[in-house]
Ligand binder design. Structure first.
Ligand SMILES: *[C@@H]1O[C@H](CO)[C@@H](O)[C@H](O)[C@H]1NC(C)=O
Ligand SMILES: *[C@@H]1O[C@H](CO)[C@@H](O)[C@H](O)[C@H]1NC(C)=O
Ligand SMILES: *[C@@H]1O[C@H](CO)[C@@H](O)[C@H](O)[C@H]1NC(C)=O
Ligand SMILES: *[C@@H]1O[C@H](CO)[C@@H](O)[C@H](O)[C@H]1NC(C)=O
Ligand SMILES: *[C@@H]1O[C@H](CO)[C@@H](O)[C@H](O)[C@H]1NC(C)=O
Ligand SMILES: *[C@@H]1O[C@H](CO)[C@@H](O)[C@H](O)[C@H]1NC(C)=O
Ligand SMILES: *[C@@H]1O[C@H](CO)[C@@H](O)[C@H](O)[C@H]1NC(C)=O
Ligand SMILES: *[C@@H]1O[C@H](CO)[C@@H](O)[C@H](O)[C@H]1NC(C)=O
Ligand SMILES: *[C@@H]1O[C@H](CO)[C@@H](O)[C@H](O)[C@H]1NC(C)=O
Length: 780
């Protein structure tokens, strides 16, 4: 069921009180429009800026049933998302989302009789500016049928998300009025909660359309076509005047990527060339999320600062990003560090900041941004990538000046703020080395959220996540040695046993594995053929050369190792035995301390459900080995952090594997262009490089992973999708999670950390991903 279906069924079924009340008020305001003078003044005045040439104008980018367009120039930046209805009752949906103030609008168009198609006329988007500092965008919609306006929201993208994802919750604070209506125009207007910011959404009939009140009771505003055989053409215009805050300055592709010169290593040069000449469309999407002082996490739902997303993106894209872009991301994070060294997870700006400030009993703060520090994993993500950057030649040269910068958002220099975070990391990790007990692990701070699997059940309801307590627990303190050497005298950089990995280790015997798998296949309604041969990877024809049927038992003793997703809590110390992809952090953040971690990686990279790989991408969790049947459902392919594919996790796994193989001289990827850590010890191949069986298994796992990734090419830069088994075809299809999941969590078409793939090379072909995939030769 899609969010739209849900909306519809809520109209048919008893509506939630807030929706019902709200609809009634909207209906009333549509009948008795507020005819007060509004001074919209949208006369399409020339821009106050000299350079009005569009920096970005692209679309449609189609994902999960939604069509996305982007426009950006010196006046305004926005994403437009349109979704047609597919039945005579399903409404079409129209969203605009601006990075500035995370401002947006949502309007549902309810079809009058036939399924309603809506689209944006090609090339019609432009920016507008008018009196009172009103700026925004305008464009032309083509609608294939008559419609009535349904729920309409003006305000924050967060308010729109609350409504779309929260099953139709609209806080009464976000109601608006219809400011004006006549036969050719209707204007919705809303005053923000604080200050005198006013936001408008206006529709003007351009051709074959009249704006009218329906004859039904209660009457609502709608659009009627004058000739029923033709489309209605409508111009929409949406503006707001959030003049107390400056819109961020967008980066150009030239500013975003490092420049190649004669000294650039060949593999990096080839990736940069592919980005420049072969990845124009994808690069534009990334550019839309890139601003001089912060990067946005994703569009349309996350057009704001998110610490984790930006830091992981930087970790993976560091070889290809310019120092200016790198420092933009780092500065955004450092400038928002909290008083106790916590790293900001999410920044709320604009009207929703007022909403939160009011709720927090501080209405006088107005639109002052609200910083959320709930995510403890994020505290551990800055230092490792800062260390990586300071090892590059540009980073080395710019380090002193960068650390001397003063934060413009919180008091302190960058160095003071980073030091505060480093002290926090040292404090949180101080006890465990002396006593390897669950009590000394780091719990999530704001249970049940705390790491990237923040969807409650996504961590199996555990308090101690693996990613935080195994890889990141080690990576962040070790990095302090390179960032603030005085603070961390004992920088050995050698992974020691002083992290919690062992406590998450779960051993599975072959008998137990087969029994669990057989039960899981039944519960998950999958065919048992997936357990044999190439299983879930046997679909796109013959799998790539270089790997044979998986062998679970590379450890030699017949057992397999899983690193549990989490540990429940200090009382119930059981592990949540859900196979998961977070082992990728261990590889990418370079904290491998035992070959067991590498063997577990090989085992995780088997075809699903033995492992995580499907023909349409790697899933991030599988409850196939968990004997607790409840978890089959909690980690199904309908769950936001279940057996679904997140592109950035694929990228983290891919980058991590190649980083580890590079230690044995077996990688040809961009991370080899980064300088190795300074201590000589680290430059020696680790002992496991001599274990040829393990190394070959890792290389085969790498090939399997990339076969799986290549099957997700059409959605590679999006946020999340659901592999759905198609029994007729005997393989997985790419499913629209938003449409099929009970909570309707729809993925973003553009997701910052998924663009990490722009910096990677497909090891099967030595071809940059930016140049698109080609099928590798096959010998099977
Ligand atoms: C009419 O509108 C539909 C739906 O938006 C669109 O697909 C179609 O291309 C439009 N036709 C014309 C002639 O513009
Ligand atoms: C915003 O625009 C409205 C009219 O559209 C105007 O009344 C108001 O004063 C403006 N606010 C600011 C901050 O300019
Ligand atoms: C309808 O309203 C719009 C917006 O206020 C105005 O520009 C237009 O002149 C009006 N048209 C008529 C026919 O009154
Ligand atoms: C960590 O910081 C807290 C709060 O300042 C303090 O109570 C605690 O003793 C510190 N822990 C260690 C191991 O230093
Ligand atoms: C792949 O599937 C085909 C058709 O079902 C089957 O004949 C073949 O044995 C399978 N191959 C592998 C390697 O699993
Ligand atoms: C898997 O590897 C083990 C150990 O190398 C070996 O004994 C076993 O026969 C292999 N199993 C298969 C199915 O290849
Ligand atoms: C099974 O999992 C559910 C939900 O994850 C949990 O509430 C329950 O306690 C678990 N049961 C056992 C026996 O661990
Ligand atoms: C790996 O094998 C080589 C050649 O046999 C040997 O020189 C080297 O010391 C071994 N390395 C480790 C870390 O065991
Ligand atoms: C390394 O990758 C580059 C392009 O990504 C390719 O041109 C080159 O042939 C590769 N080298 C090897 C040894 O595979």
């Amino acid at each position: 069921m899609s969010a739209n279906d849900k909306l519809q069924s809520q109209r048919d079924d008893p509506p939630s009180p807030i929706v019902g009340e709200n609809l009634a008020r909207i209906v009333l305001s549509l009948i008795f429009p507020v005819l007060s003078a509004i001074g919209l003044g949208l006369s399409f005045l020339p821009s106050p800026y000299e350079n009005k040439s569009p920096n970005l104008a692209f679309g449609p980018v189609n994902f999960a049933g939604h069509s996305n367009w982007v426009f950006r120039d010196d006046v305004a930046a926005a994403q437009v998302v349109l979704s047609s209805g597919h039945s005579s009752t399903e409404p079409a949906r129209f969203i605009t989302a601006f990075p500035h103030g995370n401002t947006g609008t949502l309007a549902y168009f309810r079809p009058v009789n036939n399924p309603l198609g809506v689209t944006l006329a090609s090339g019609s988007l432009s920016s507008v500016s008018g009196e009172h500092g009103q700026v925004g965008i305008t464009g032309v919609l083509e609608a294939s049928g008559d419609f009535d306006f349904g729920v309409t929201i003006l305000g924050s993208v967060r308010a729109v998300r609350d409504y779309v994802e929260g099953g139709g919750v609209l806080h009464p604070e976000f109601e608006h009025s219809v400011a004006e209506r006549n036969d050719s125009s209707v204007t919705f207007r809303r005053s923000w909660l604080h200050g005198d910011v006013v936001q408008y959404l206006r529709f003007d009939a351009e051709a074959n359309a009249a704006i009218r009140l329906s004859t039904s009771w209660p009457p609502v505003v709608g659009v009627t076509r004058l000739q029923s055989a033709r489309n209605a053409t409508l111009r929409f215009t949406t503006t707001f005047n959030f003049t107390s805050s400056t819109a961020p300055r967008g980066l150009s592709p030239a500013e975003l990527f490092v420049k190649s010169d004669a000294s650039t290593p060949a593999v990096l040069a080839s990736v940069l060339k592919a980005i420049k000449y072969k990845a124009h469309d994808v690069t534009q999407q990334l550019v839309f999320l890139s601003y001089s002082d912060l990067f946005l996490a994703g569009g349309w739902r996350f057009l704001t600062y998110f610490g984790r997303d930006t830091l992981i993106t930087l970790k993976l894209l560091l070889p290809v990003l310019s120092p200016e872009a790198t420092e933009g991301i780092l500065a955004a994070v450092i400038q928002r560090i909290g008083p106790n060294g916590e790293i900001c997870h999410e920044e709320t700006v604009g009207d929703y900041a007022s909403f939160l400030n009011i709720r927090n009993g501080k209405p006088e703060l107005g639109t002052t941004p609200v910083y959320d520090y709930a995510m403890v994993d994020t505290d551990f993500l800055l230092l490792p990538v800062l260390a990586d950057y300071f090892l590059t030649s540009a980073g080395k040269a710019r380090k002193a000046a960068f650390l001397a910068r003063k934060s413009t958002l919180v008091p302190g220099s960058f160095e003071e703020l980073v030091r505060r975070n480093a002290k926090r990391v040292l404090n949180l990790t101080a006890s465990f080395p002396h006593d390897h007990s669950v009590d000394n692990l780091i719990p999530i701070r704001a249970y049940p959220v705390g790491n990237w699997r923040d969807s409650h059940a996504g961590l199996g309801w555990g308090h101690y996540p693996f990613d935080l307590n195994c890889p990141l627990f080690l990576a962040a303190p070790l990095a302090i040695g390179d960032v603030l050497p005085d603070l961390y005298q004992q920088n050995t950089r050698r992974p020691s046993q002083s992290n919690g990995c062992d406590l998450f280790q779960v051993t599975v015997t072959p008998e137990a594995a087969e029994a669990s798998l057989a039960q899981y296949i039944e519960r998950a309604n999958l065919p048992s053929s997936l357990l044999y041969g190439a299983g879930s990877l046997n679909s796109t024809g013959t799998p790539s050369a270089g790997w044979s049927a998986p062998n679970q038992t590379i450890g030699g003793d017949g057992t397999s190792t899983i690193y549990a997703l989490s540990i429940v809590d200090a009382d119930d110390r059981s592990t949540v035995n859900v196979l998961n992809s977070d082992i990728a952090y261990t590889l990418a953040y370079d904290t491998v301390s035992s070959p067991t971690e590498l063997r577990a990686t090989v085992e995780a990279l088997q075809p699903y459900p033995r492992g995580l790989l499907t023909n349409v991408g790697m899933v991030v969790a599988s409850a196939a080995y968990d004997t607790n049947a409840t978890r089959t459902k909690e980690f199904s392919n309908l769950a936001y952090h279940g057996a679904v594919a997140w592109s950035w996790q694929q990228a983290l796994m891919a980058a991590g594997l190649s980083k580890q193989l590079s230690k044995c001289g077996l990688s040809n990827n961009t991370e080899t262009a980064l300088p190795p850590p300074p201590l000589e010890l680290d430059q020696l191949p680790p002992a496991w490089c001599n274990d040829t069986q393990l190394v070959e298994s890792l290389q085969q796992a790498q090939t399997r992973l990339w076969d799986s990734i290549a099957g997700s090419e059409s959605v590679l830069y999006t946020e999340v999708w659901s592999p759905v088994f198609n029994a007729a075809k005997g393989k997985f299809d790419i499913g629209d999670l938003g449409a099929i999941s009970p909570d309707g969590t729809e993925g973003d078409a553009f997701q910052l950390w998924s663009y990490a793939f722009l910096g990677l090379v497909d090891p099967r072909t030595s071809r940059p991903v930016a140049a698109s995939f080609v099928r590798p030769s096959s010998t099977l």
